[in-house]
Design a protein around this ligand. Structure first.
Ligand code: AMP
Length: 271
């Protein structure tokens, strides 16, 4: 695994290759990231992973400062997989030196779920993903369905600009069904138990949902119920179409999207 610390070494190292699989991350590598790497390794000739905690996508400065980082451990884990050919760890200036102001705007119809609650977040995500794609020029980018709205917006944003295809990959969960996430590192055992309980309950709830005009109303009642029971704050609990992320009354081709806070840690998932 070759570590690339600036754009010069990135260009030099990638130039000979055109079948490149790319796994962009913010580090604190876990099994979720490793599943994307595995997919890339099986599909593409070369796999490149990036680690960059992008300040522009954090709508909350404290959240950025507290984002878990552990680059030494990450390098160790990634090396051990023997599936990563290149690890790109850019500095801020490697991505933003051209200083071109981005004019990315999330349209009104897309301002739902996290885009509604995290102002400027996806504008920052799309900006950095455009820059990374431009530099790495991958054939395929592997992304987790855990962050479904992120996958959905990036796919639509990149599709007219680059030939790169975006490959959605399944969500990796722990034994008690909680989705793996770097943010889980901030939870104590009690927090993990609450998140696991909620995940199991929402899997069951999704399974038992019946098509009905009342789904939206029923989900609001469930949301209040879980908030009270677990003493947590739920930002949204909504059934939406996976095709366009519109509110859905039909369980086919729809997923149950949730964002919630446990001890001020914001977690998202979908079922
Ligand atoms: P992050 O480092 O959190 O920005 O995530 C980098 C990539 O890993 C994104 O495409 C995420 O959707 C994906 N990812 C994060 N958690 C999981 C998970 N539990 N299962 C599968 N993919 C994941």
């Amino acid at each position: 695994m070759k570590i690339l610390l600036n754009n010069n070494s990135l260009f030099k190292s990638l130039r000979p290759f055109n079948d490149i699989g790319f796994v962009p991350t913010m580090g604190s590598i876990h099994e979720g990231h490793l599943s994307l790497i595995d997919r890339s390794n099986k599909t593409c000739k070369k796999t490149i992973v990036s680690i960059f905690v992008n300040p522009k996508q954090f709508n909350n400065k404290k959240d950025f400062k507290n984002y878990p980082t552990n680059i030494k451990e990450d390098i160790k884990i990634l090396k051990k997989t023997k599936k990563v050919d290149f690890l790109y760890i850019p500095k801020f200036k490697d991505l933003y030196s051209n200083n071109k102001k981005s004019n990315i705007k999330i349209t009104k119809k897309d301002k739902v779920l996290c885009a509604k609650y995290r102002k400027g977040h996806f504008e920052g995500v799309l900006d950095v993903m455009g820059r990374l794609t431009n530099l790495v020029n991958p054939k395929k980018i592997f992304m987790g369905k855990k962050d479904y709205q992120q996958y959905f917006l990036i796919k639509n944003y990149l599709k007219n600009k680059y030939k790169t295809s975006i490959i959605p990959c399944r969500t990796i969960r722990n034994k008690s069904k909680m989705a793996l996430s770097s943010r889980n590192n901030h939870l104590d055992l009690y927090g993990i138990k609450k998140a696991s309980f909620l995940s199991k309950s929402l899997i069951k709830l999704k399974r038992n949902l019946k098509n009905s005009k009342k789904i939206k109303k029923n989900l609001r009642i469930k949301m209040k119920y879980f908030e009270k029971l677990l003493k947590i704050k739920i930002e949204y609990l909504e059934l939406r179409s996976i095709k366009n992320l519109k509110i859905s009354n039909n369980i086919r081709d729809s997923r149950l999207f949730v964002a919630y806070y446990i001890d001020n840690i914001r977690l998202i998932d979908n079922f």
